[in-house]
Ligand binder design. Sequence first.
Ligand code: SF4
Length: 115
Amino acid sequence: MSSKDRSEVQNLDRRRFMTTVGAAAGSVALAGLACQSAQAAELPKLAETDPLAVSMGYKEDTKKVDGKKHTNHKPNQTCDNCRFYQGTSGDFGPCQIFAAKAVAAKGWCQVWAAK
Ligand code: SF4
């Protein structure tokens, strides 16, 4: 085999490797997204009556937050613009503060912090 042939084989192997790695990485990323979305859909919704939710002043609708009680609340603060919200689509999503529960995208609690 000439050095030119060897070089072509190496280039072909490199292209195959990159194609395979790229396809595998894409599959893993898609599987991760599907898994994340399935997990969010499977999480039980956080009830406003949950003791931790009550202590954090959580409401499913930010418009229903008692502004006199929670003076730091602003009407434009919602879970989907909070740094702890992990939902990517839909009306509910995971929150880092309320583990294993889905919070309302338009909800709010006193831990709200801007993204
Ligand atoms: Fe919503 Fe943020 Fe409170 Fe979680 S921490 S419930 S995302 S406001």
